[in-house]
Design a protein around this ligand. Structure first.
Ligand code: SAH
Ligand code: SF4
Length: 387
């Protein structure tokens, strides 16, 4: 497990943001201090939102000065915060190396779900995904992953005594394939669930994967979060086209691995979420729904249908409402809990698969948005909060 300290600019200062409690304990031992300081600092960072050591009043002035010399608390830089009329909030974040990533908060009644990125870009090149189109750039560090939660929580005033608890759920469904950045993702998810940090229940943290089977086989040994499988097709022939990694790890292998994971959890009543992005005329036919029902007959699943979100570099079209309802009702009649993910944050391009390609891309989109708004084609003006 990666309990290592991340060295960032300036080279000698350790970034404490991504360190687990054990990692922090080691850090304090290394600098000749008591290990129990780890819990104090962990709480300051993740429960009180501290970004410097001055605020840490239960730590002596001397130690604070020492920490200032050797350590830092460094999150990605917020380039933009966009608030949609429907309450969706999107962050555009600058990470080391000049890259930008996105994090999206989606409120839904009592629930507030944060959609977190794990990589800059993605190497798996699914045919319907905007992130895939930009290729792979690099893995995010644990600090950059937990930093997304920290930034969003701070933006809601959640990280102070009595602050509102807006983020109730986290889904690893932003940019990137989480299982290809295994250690950093696991470390960050463990911080999300840690009682001294965000305390989010393991039933409310979900890792979504397109099917990196060897990594999925290792997951159960290190975490017990919920699992979502991005299936998108009921047979290998079609899935090979949509999700290229299927050629390496076909459906049967993937479902068996997912089932092993879910059955290995201590509370083994949990179900695998099956994500199925519906693309017009590609995978949305009634025979696909019937085939899917057959495929999943003996697997403990709930199914989440996602209407395809179109983007510039793709010729695919969104599923029609009729095909969507029909698809859903075939699955429901076959006895599956089947939900439809509604698109949120349309006015800020916050939907799945629309997460930023590049800042240039985004600039063009904003221009497109402004042009549409000026022409009266957008329902609400974009509220832009500069940081
Ligand atoms: N790499 C992981 C997690 C990130 S993708 C995975 O593939 O599961 C998160 C979800 O968004 C996946 O289910 C993915 O298939 C879906 N998605 C990607 N592009 C989309 C698009 N254009 N429209 C709708 N869903 C999309
Ligand atoms: Fe990568 Fe997921 Fe997009 Fe596929 S859907 S390219 S795995 S981010």
């Amino acid at each position: 497990m990666a309990e290592r300290a991340e060295i960032v600019e300036p080279q000698t200062r350790v970034n404490l943001l991504g360190l687990s409690q054990a990692g922090l304990e080691d850090f304090f031992a290394q600098i000749g201090e008591k290990r129990f300081r780890a819990v104090q600092v962990l709480k300051w960072i993740h429960q009180m939102g501290a970004d410097n050591f001055d605020a840490m009043t239960n730590i002596s002035k001397n130690l604070r000065a020492k920490l200032q010399q050797v350590a830092q608390i460094k999150a990605p830089q917020v380039l933009q915060q966009l608030d949609s009329a429907d309450g969706t909030r999107k962050f555009l974040l600058q990470v080391a190396g000049g890259n930008a990533i996105e994090t999206v908060f989606i409120p839904d009644g009592e629930r507030g779900t944060l959609c977190v990125s794990s990589q800059v870009g993605c190497s798996l090149d699914c045919s319907f995904c905007a992130t895939g189109k930009q290729g792979f750039n690099r893995d995010l560090s644990a600090a950059e992953i937990i930093g997304q939660v920290w930034i969003a929580a701070r933006s809601f005033g959640q990280l102070r005594a009595g602050g509102p608890r807006r983020i109730t759920n986290v889904v690893m469904m932003g940019m990137g394939e989480p299982l290809l950045n295994f250690d950093n993702v696991v470390d960050a998810m463990n911080l999300m669930m840690h009682d001294n940090c965000y305390g989010i229940s393991k039933r409310r943290v979900t890792l979504s994967t397109s099917g990196v089977v060897p990594a999925l086989d290792r997951l159960g040994a290190v975490t017990d979060v919920c699992l979502a499988i991005s299936l998108h097709a009921p047979n290998d022939e079609l899935r090979n086209q949509l999700v290229p990694i299927n050629r390496k790890y076909p459906i049967a292998m993937l479902l068996q691995s997912a089932q092993r994971y879910i059955e290995g959890l201590p509370d083994n009543h949990r179900k695998i979420t099956i994500e199925y992005t519906l693309i017009d005329q590609v995978n949305d036919r009634p025979q696909h729904a019937r085939e899917l029902a057959q495929l999943l007959k003996h697997v403990p699943v709930k199914i989440n249908l996602i209407p395809f979100n179109p983007f510039a570099q793709s010729d695919y079209r969104r599923v029609s409402n009729t095909a969507l309802r029909n698809f859903q009702s075939i699955l429901m009649q076959a006895g599956f809990t089947t939900t439809v993910r509604t698109t949120r944050g349309d006015d800020i391009d916050a939907a799945c698969g629309q997460l930023a390609g590049s800042v240039n891309d985004r600039t063009r989109r904003s221009e497109r948005y402004r042009a549409r708004a000026a022409a009266g084609l957008e329902p609400q003006p974009l509220r832009f909060v500069a940081r």
